[in-house]
Design a protein around this ligand. Structure first.
Ligand SMILES: *[C@@H]1O[C@H](CO)[C@@H](O)[C@H](O)[C@H]1NC(C)=O
Ligand SMILES: *[C@@H]1O[C@H](CO)[C@@H](O)[C@H](O)[C@H]1NC(C)=O
Ligand SMILES: *[C@@H]1O[C@H](CO)[C@@H](O)[C@H](O)[C@H]1NC(C)=O
Ligand SMILES: *[C@@H]1O[C@H](CO)[C@@H](O)[C@H](O)[C@H]1NC(C)=O
Ligand SMILES: *[C@@H]1O[C@H](CO)[C@@H](O)[C@H](O)[C@H]1NC(C)=O
Ligand SMILES: *[C@@H]1O[C@H](CO)[C@@H](O)[C@H](O)[C@H]1NC(C)=O
Length: 422
């Protein structure tokens, strides 16, 4: 199970590998499989709850409301039971699943013996910040994963145990945070705060910088108007979709040498400096649904570029690719530019500059006056026709339309949640 940080490291490498296989958003699904796998047994076990489990199993100590599977004796399943409070968690339990209940409070008594807990899933409940007893989580000194998404929290929980590696707080109403809330979270690799009420003032004083192992930070669907400052240099995945960010400070990414993926769609980006994304590790960049008028310099390792729904009238290839270096080809494989204001396809010189390009999705282009224009999607088949195209990371399968259709699916991007990368 993915509790130990070496495993996280493996995930990281897997992540990179999965990246390299095909279109970006499939990695999410690959990652999602992991928690599902961990979680799956529940479905089999649930049927057994009241019937087949021999009574002596319970004497090990399982809350009467819950089920402790004989073959996973350190796990306790209490999800989907309309529980109004946390049942007593016995000392030997390491994982407890309490999601989809009606729990409002996290009291010290219920967790008093649960010193071995590594993971507690309290998602989809009705927990309120003021009903969490002070210090109740901090006492769980072995806790690695805390799931609190889909609750009624209005404040970032504090204090939390120093051992914590993954903290999921999405879909709450968090708008407050103590300045020292992140001080002790030295081992945190993943923080999900999407769908909250986070604004710029909450993230001042560089409080995020203290999480020196943070690899993934999700801040999508919040109320940010500027880029979060003081991010730790360990960061690899940054999700900022659907905020109101209008600019990116010069040198913003200097402190983020490991950034692999940046998702900033549905913001208000307008004027950005042409080389702002010159980041050697960047593989995926999504700045769709903004107000960009210009293209920008494409860093060498970038593979997937999303520019749809902007205000771009023409793509200046000289800016994207000032020079062609045959020894250091750019890795770009996919560009999406539909719903801009292009009048013609990008200069075919683009295939020289980006020899790995697989498709450019133009779709429909808006026009300032008059009807929309439909530009034909270009699928570059050089590598598919080529017998030996080992160096092409991309898929070789399928006819021309396949790559295109996949990306025209309106749900292709929209439905993607980005919660479990690490
Ligand atoms: C904690 O453990 C003690 C000793 O085993 C037991 O008496 C008590 O009922 C337990 N409390 C809870 C909340 O599980
Ligand atoms: C925790 O609960 C969520 C539902 O909110 C579920 O999707 C997830 O798989 C659970 N996590 C684990 C590890 O069981
Ligand atoms: C952080 O993780 C490291 C490596 O897994 C571990 O040795 C250390 O004890 C952890 N720190 C805390 C405070 O749990
Ligand atoms: C963006 O957030 C607003 C609420 O702030 C919501 O109504 C809208 O559906 C969100 N859009 C997307 C694309 O998530
Ligand atoms: C991108 O960054 C590299 C090194 O960091 C630098 O050598 C190069 O000139 C930069 N390119 C542009 C277009 O800014
Ligand atoms: C493209 O950008 C370069 C460098 O900024 C500029 O010199 C050139 O005039 C631009 N070309 C077009 C067609 O806008």
């Amino acid at each position: 199970m993915g509790f130990l940080s070496p495993v996280c490291v493996i995930f990281f490498f897997l992540g990179v590998k999965v990246y390299c296989q095909y279109e970006s958003y499939q990695w999410d699904e690959d990652y999602d499989q992991e928690p599902d796998e961990v979680y799956q047994p529940e479905f089999q076990f649930r049927q057994n709850v009241d019937y087949r489990v021999p009574f002596h199993r319970h004497t090990l100590g399982c809350a009467s409301e819950c089920f402790c599977p004989p073959n996973f004796p350190s796990s306790m399943y209490c999800d989907n039971r309309k529980l109004k409070s946390i049942p007593n968690i016995p000392a030997h339990i390491q994982q407890v699943y309490l999601q989809f209940n009606e729990i409002e409070a996290v009291t010290a008594d219920s967790l008093i013996n649960a010193t071995q807990l590594k993971e507690i899933n309290l998602s989809h409940n009705k927990i309120k910040s003021q009903k969490i007893d002070h210090g109740v989580f901090a006492k769980l000194s072995n806790l690695l994963q805390l799931h609190l998404q889909h609750n009624n929290l209005d404040e970032f929980p504090f204090p939390l145990p120093r051992s914590l590696e993954r903290l999921l707080l999405g879909y709450n109403e968090i708008s407050r945070l103590q300045t020292n809330a992140m001080d002790g979270l030295v081992n945190l690799t993943m923080l999900d705060l999407c769908h909250n009420h986070v604004d710029d003032s909450m993230l001042q004083e560089r409080i995020l910088a203290k999480m020196e192992k943070l690899m993934q930070l999700n801040l999508c669907n919040n109320r940010l108007e500027s880029m979060p400052l003081g991010l730790p240099s360990s960061l690899m995945y940054l999700s900022l979709e659907n905020n109101s960010i209008s600019s990116i400070p010069e040198n913003y990414f200097k402190g983020l040498p490991k950034l692999h993926a940046l998702r900033m769609s549905h913001n208000k980006l307008q004027d950005i400096s042409y080389n702002i994304f010159n980041l050697s590790s960047l593989i995926e960049l999504n700045v769709g649904h903004n107000k960009l008028k210009q293209a920008f310099y494409i860093p060498r390792n970038l593979e997937h570029l999303y520019l749809e729904n902007n205000e771009i009238e023409n793509i200046n290839l000289t800016v994207m690719c000032p020079s062609v270096d045959p020894l250091h080809y750019h890795h770009l494989t996919y560009i999406r530019v539909d719903q801009n204001k292009l009048k013609e396809p990008i200069n075919s010189y683009i295939f020289l500059c980006f020899p790995h390009i697989h498709s450019i999705y133009y779709g429909e282009q808006r026009s300032t006056n008059g009807p929309t224009i439909q530009l034909k999607t270009q699928v570059f088949r050089r590598f598919q026709d080529d017998a030996d195209s080992e160096d092409d990371d991309d898929s070789h399968e399928g006819p021309e339309q396949e790559g295109t259709e996949e990306n025209t699916d309106p749900h292709y991007y929209g439905s993607q949640e980005w919660q479990e990368m690490i």
